[in-house]
Ligand binder design. Structure first.
Ligand SMILES: C[S@@+](CC[C@H](N)C(=O)[O-])C[C@H]1O[C@@H](n2cnc3c(N)ncnc32)[C@H](O)[C@@H]1O
Length: 279
């Protein structure tokens, strides 16, 4: 029986006792009227408290729901601002490919584009290709100089990104290489990471770490810095996407502990990108 039903039953019984007692039929001795009144009042107090509790709980849920809605509205606005910026600044000949859950978010794309456009003939290396590759390609085309070298462990996605680059007519500035994951030794541990000939890479201005995906291994993106650190120019930026995830936060902690010189750069975006600058 629910709390409400039990209280209703108790009220009914007490009302019956009171009515009968007042009518001259004392059911539980000479104190039945006082006792009945007391229990009646106590039940009423319990009901009032229960009512208040439900009321507060409903109010709290409503307030939390409203706060979540406001946050969502602000995020949508922020992402729209990012898209407007990209179209305004890059003026692509064709619509940009759609952003989705797997891609970087427009607010990060905006800041990435700003960073790339602020550098002279930059070299950008990306782990995990997609719309980010096309956006950086468009920046380089606009600037007329620079190179984007993107690596993808999945040949299917490498191919899709290549098609995107061709569509946007930026293949001269951005290239995607299929690099399957292979076991590589870092310190005393084996890691699964892109099969890249690091020694053949040019010096890097911007490193975008958006792969491999987390289902490939724990702390999947950790190897990026140990394996590419020496290839980063002084002042190079390192962006680790999806920084709200616990794996990425642990990776950032390890990088900071192992490369104390790198500077954490405040970088507020919705996906929680973690940004570092090499000194
Ligand atoms: C986080 S995604 C990279 C996204 C990319 N930087 C972008 O902004 O579009 C990491 C990897 O997931 C794979 N991937 C890309 N799109 C995907 C999708 N829609 N579903 C599952 N995996 C995807 C690709 O192999 C890619 O290298």
């Amino acid at each position: 029986m629910t709390f409400r039903a039990s209280v209703k039953l108790a009220m009914l019984l007490l009302a019956a006792i009171l009515v009968l007692t007042l009518g001259g039929v004392p059911l539980i001795g000479e104190w039945s009227l006082e006792l009945g009144t007391l229990v009646f009042l106590a039940t009423a107090v319990v009901i009032a408290f229960d009512h208040e509790r439900r009321h507060f709980s409903a109010m709290r849920q409503l307030t939390e729901g409203l706060a979540a809605l406001r946050e969502e509205r602000d995020d949508t606005t922020r992402q729209l601002e990012g898209i407007v910026y990209l179209y305004g600044r890059l003026q692509p000949e064709l619509p940009l490919p759609p952003f989705n859950k797997a891609t970087i978010k427009p607010d990060f794309a905006e800041r990435l584009a700003g960073e790339v456009l602020s550098r002279e003939a930059p070299v950008i290396v990306e782990l995990g290709s997609g719309i980010s590759t096309a956006i950086v390609g468009l920046c380089l085309k606009k600037a007329g100089a620079g190179r984007m070298l993107s690596f993808d462990h999945e040949s299917k996605y490498a191919g899709l990104t290549r098609d995107m680059l061709a569509q946007q007519r930026v293949s001269d500035f951005a290239q995607v290489t299929h690099a399957a994951l292979k076991v590589q030794r870092i310190g005393d541990r084996d890691w699964s990471w892109y099969d890249i000939d690091v020694s053949s890479l040019p010096l890097i201005d911007v490193l975008l770490v958006d792969g491999p995906p987390r289902d490939t291994q724990a702390l999947a993106r950790y190897p990026a810095l140990p394996l590419l650190y020496d290839k980063l120019k002084p002042g190079a930026m390192i962006y680790l996407d999806d920084g709200r995830r616990s794996d990425e936060q642990e990776i950032a902690r390890r990088w900071q502990a192992e490369y104390p010189g790198i500077e954490l750069v405040p970088f507020p975006t919705q996906s929680g990108v973690i940004a570092f600058r090499k000194p």
